[in-house]
Design a protein around this ligand. Structure first.
Ligand SMILES: *[C@@H]1O[C@H](CO)[C@@H](O)[C@H](O)[C@H]1NC(C)=O
Ligand SMILES: *[C@@H]1O[C@H](CO)[C@@H](O)[C@H](O)[C@H]1NC(C)=O
Ligand SMILES: *[C@@H]1O[C@H](CO)[C@@H](O)[C@H](O)[C@H]1NC(C)=O
Ligand SMILES: *[C@@H]1O[C@H](CO)[C@@H](O)[C@H](O)[C@H]1NC(C)=O
Ligand SMILES: *[C@@H]1O[C@H](CO)[C@@H](O)[C@H](O)[C@H]1NC(C)=O
Ligand SMILES: *[C@@H]1O[C@H](CO)[C@@H](O)[C@H](O)[C@H]1NC(C)=O
Ligand SMILES: *[C@@H]1O[C@H](CO)[C@@H](O)[C@H](O)[C@H]1NC(C)=O
Ligand SMILES: *[C@@H]1O[C@H](CO)[C@@H](O)[C@H](O)[C@H]1NC(C)=O
Ligand SMILES: *[C@@H]1O[C@H](CO)[C@@H](O)[C@H](O)[C@H]1NC(C)=O
Ligand SMILES: *[C@@H]1O[C@H](CO)[C@@H](O)[C@H](O)[C@H]1NC(C)=O
Length: 445
């Protein structure tokens, strides 16, 4: 078959494909293999008709936080339980409590939905770790803020560890979809050590629920893309066209806005009312709310320098506590980083090629909505990891990038800016391509 493709090199293709950076339908993230949100219910006392429990959500994910408008937790009661009262949280609906006279429960729904209270809640309605508007930090970035708690007083429920029934069918939105929760499992009761360390008490009973994230469930289209450039080639490789959607004025007018449009202000406020989560993006060829640009900026004898710029194209979102995860083999030898926080992420202890990066508090930890302030920048100085280091074959470009835990779509590797010396194009036959794809399949599965 004389069907030929043009590629800069087959190697670049293989390099890219072998990194297996496909968004997966499974809730497994190779860069954070143990990442999960664990919801722990501690029954702290039994009451005449039920129990009081402290429910705590721990965000054990390295880099995926929960930003405003925060988490929403739902479950289905196993029997006819009701919630008499709550502290540090509330249900969104009371439901039908007409059976009750006099003392009316906080919620009678079979499937209650709970949200956090807002900051500034009166102290007598608070408990520890509550009232942050549902915002939770990630374990890697902000471990002191990686938990959120509320207290429920449950009635019409079992009153001993033999008669109580664990709730079922947990659902977590944080704030949009993406999480899948497993069943509640009864575990060893939590032990509490008093503040002076001289006495240990324990919960009457404890159960845990584990929820995991899948980008595939969270959104059908990507939300972030990568563009590339270098000092050794004038070409700026843009984000792939239509990465996150296509501009289509005929079928979907108002799917994006132009920055100079006189209607911008009114469209932004209209959209706020109609859909809380849908981004309103600036019109671009990629239509992504977020673009990460990687520029290979300078070459020194023993070092090389990269500039990274994150641009927000979403008029509807200020990204608080944003973070990036970048994989590149030279992170082993990162020498200096400017104006971002850095933490090496080593899911597999032996390789040190992945970095977690986030903004400096009060300086650039808030990525502002689309517009002149909607960007954040940093420079990385790497010590050349000889003999691996090369500007050829796209080696200087990242293997993968995540923004807020979601995979950013890279341009096709055959379009990477390449060294003028490496311009010899090879014709790759269909057969060779097939072999490469098979190699990929074996490497990935
Ligand atoms: C959840 O994450 C914690 C911390 O990484 C880990 O110890 C635990 O095993 C995880 N649970 C599951 C079910 O993966
Ligand atoms: C219930 O409590 C009793 C004693 O209080 C304990 O021996 C038993 O193991 C508990 N059962 C469960 C399922 O926690
Ligand atoms: C669990 O929730 C799903 C979706 O909300 C629902 O379709 C299903 O019937 C629920 N199962 C039970 C046992 O409540
Ligand atoms: C239950 O969750 C708590 C808090 O995340 C954790 O410390 C404990 O190890 C978990 N227990 C089990 C058996 O997973
Ligand atoms: C869509 O409309 C905007 C202005 O409303 C215009 O700038 C843009 O070029 C149009 N795009 C297409 C593909 O027609
Ligand atoms: C983003 O923050 C700025 C300044 O705090 C505020 O004026 C603007 O309304 C915010 N935008 C959104 C979409 O929340
Ligand atoms: C990974 O590299 C960083 C930066 O050079 C270094 O601080 C960190 O200790 C390294 N970690 C491992 C496990 O080698
Ligand atoms: C880069 O890091 C690797 C792994 O830590 C180390 O073996 C190598 O010597 C380092 N190279 C330089 C130039 O520092
Ligand atoms: C720069 O890279 C582009 C994209 O790969 C390529 O088309 C172009 O020929 C390169 N320019 C030079 C001067 O090599
Ligand atoms: C690649 O194929 C084109 C025609 O398809 C041919 O003109 C060119 O000479 C070939 N180049 C190499 C390096 O084989």
């Amino acid at each position: 078959m004389e069907f030929c493709f043009k590629f800069t090199t087959l190697t670049i293709l293989l390099l890219f494909l072998l990194s297996c950076s496909f968004p997966s339908s499974e809730a497994y993230d190779a860069l954070d293999p143990n990442g999960n949100i664990t919801i722990k219910w501690d029954v702290i006392t039994w009451t005449p008709d039920g129990y009081v429990a402290v429910v705590t959500m721990f965000n054990f994910q390295q880099y995926r936080h929960i930003q405003a408008p925060g988490w929403t937790l739902g479950w289905t009661w196993a029997k006819k339980e009701v919630i008499w009262s709550m502290m540090g949280g509330q249900t969104t609906e009371q439901g039908d409590c007409s059976k009750y006279k006099g003392n009316v429960p906080h919620c009678c729904k079979k499937d209650p939905t709970v949200v956090d209270l807002l900051p500034g809640t009166p102290y007598n309605q608070q408990i520890a770790n509550c009232c942050k508007g549902g915002v939770i930090g990630s374990w890697g970035q902000d471990p002191t803020n990686a938990a959120s708690s509320f207290q429920v007083s449950v009635g019409a429920a079992g009153t001993t560890n033999k008669t109580v029934r664990v709730p079922r069918n947990f659902t977590l939105r944080a704030p949009g979809p993406g999480y899948t929760c497993g069943p509640a499992k009864i575990v060893k009761p939590t032990k509490y050590v008093s503040s002076d360390g001289r006495r240990v008490t324990q919960a009457m009973m404890t159960w845990n629920v584990t929820c995991t994230y899948s980008q595939f469930l969270a959104q059908k289209t990507p939300s972030c893309c990568v563009s590339l450039s270098s000092f050794y080639n004038d070409t700026i490789v843009p984000c792939p066209t239509c990465t996150c959607g296509c501009q289509n004025n005929a079928t979907d007018p108002g799917s994006c806005v132009n920055p100079d449009s006189p209607y911008l202000a009114s469209v932004v406020s209209q959209q706020e009312k109609s859909n809380k989560f849908a981004p309103l993006v600036q019109c671009t060829s990629h239509m992504c709310p977020i673009r990460v640009h990687w520029h290979v900026k300078q070459n020194y004898k023993d070092y090389w320098r990269v500039k990274v710029t994150i641009t927000n194209f979403n008029y509807r979102m200020n990204y608080t506590l944003w973070n990036l995860v970048i994989q590149h083999p030279n992170f082993d030898n990162l020498t200096q980083i400017f104006s971002f926080n850095y933490k090496p992420l080593n899911p597999y202890q032996d390789i040190n090629d992945t970095a977690m990066l986030w903004g400096v508090k009060y300086y650039n930890d808030l990525l502002m909505e689309a517009g002149p302030l909607g960007n954040a920048q940093s420079e990385f100085l790497f010590r050349k990891d000889k003999p691996t280091f090369t500007f050829e074959k796209g080696w200087a470009f990242p293997r993968r990038i995540y923004f807020n835990g979601d995979n950013c779509v890279m341009p096709p590797p055959d379009e990477y800016p390449y060294l003028p010396s490496a311009t010899t194009r090879h014709n790759v036959s269909f057969l060779q391509l097939l072999v490469a794809l098979l190699a990929l399949l074996f490497a990935c599965f």
